[in-house]
Design a protein around this ligand. Structure first.
Ligand code: NAP
Length: 251
């Protein structure tokens, strides 16, 4: 049974691995045996320590995915590290908050570039490599706002709906060629991304009261879903958006 979920001998490229959910996913994949190539805009030493403490091997690549040519260069650099990438986790993401009527073009494009455009570009480039290998797993990090509208986050919501759509679009093209494309939609998770809404007492209380499991999620809560979607256990799972949300979408 363990071999079904084993990632021994696999190399996983995880964007946004410096902290938060990406760090948790990187450690989870390492625990299952994968070598990790972690990506962030600055040093990922904390993640290196955690991955190595979990018994894994860690390679660091610095890349600012808001830049137009970053994803293509990152894909080439990542493939060069070990000669192949078996798992891609498109996790890097940002959020900007403002009333829709005042939402600036700069904020719109900053969010769309990282959360949507770079996800497409990196999937295309690593996808080509996986198609050549006739094998690969792509895991996109979606959101509850892949389904819902959210409040004061129009670009984020648009980008996360796009991530869900892109997941299905790529799965339709690549499922028969050995490449599985799926997404994880985390619920409300305690990270830097959500610090402002956790600091808002009434919003925090409302959100917590709507989560059937009664608590915010943690980066560790995503590890099981990530290992499943990265491993042979999910070989017949395609274009699926897996909620890991403490029951939020059922409530
Ligand atoms: P976080 O703690 O703010 O971490 C964001 C990560 O993305 C960091 O590693 C950051 O790297 C990286 N990143 C940001 N901009 C980047 C850029 N231009 N180029 C490369 N990397 C960049 O956020 P999080 O909560 O862990 O979120 C991770 C993913 O989960 C995002 O896609 C987010 O939308 C999604 N998500 C989060 C929640 C939640 O409740 N937290 C819920 C649903 C979905 P640096 O450290 O170098 O800046």
């Amino acid at each position: 049974m363990n071999s079904l979920f084993s990632l021994e001998g696999k190399t996983a490229l995880v964007t946004g691995a410096s902290r938060g959910l990406g760090q948790g996913i990187a450690v989870g994949l390492a625990k299952a045996g994968a070598d990790i190539i972690g990506v962030g805009t600055r040093s990922l030493e904390n993640t290196r320590k955690e991955v190595e403490a979990a018994g894994g091997t860690f390679y660091e690549l610095i890349s600012d995915l808001s830049k137009e040519d970053a994803a293509e260069k990152l894909a080439a650099d990542a493939i060069a590290v070990k000669g192949r990438v078996d798992v891609l986790v498109n996790n890097a993401g940002i959020i900007r908050r403002s009333e829709a009527e005042n939402f600036s073009n700069d904020d719109w494009f900053d969010v769309i570039n990282v959360n949507q455009h770079a996800v497409f570009q990196l999937s295309r480039e690593i996808g080509k490599h996986m198609l050549e290998n006739q094998s690969g797993k792509i895991i996109n990090i979606a959101s509850m706002l892949s389904y819902q509208g959210g409040l004061k986050v129009p670009a984020y919501t648009a980008s996360k709906h796009a991530v869900a759509g892109l997941t299905k679009s790529l799965a339709n093209e690549w499922s028969s060629k050995g490449v599985n494309v799926n997404a994880i939609a985390p619920g409300y998770m305690a990270t830097d991304n959500t610090a402002p809404i956790r600091e808002d007492e009434s919003r925090n209380a409302y959100i917590t009261s709507r989560i059937p499991q009664g608590r915010w999620g943690t980066p560790e809560d995503l590890q099981g879903a990530a290992v499943f979607l990265a491993s042979d256990a999910s070989d017949y799972v395609n274009g699926h958006v897996l909620n890991v949300d403490g029951g939020w979408m059922s409530s």
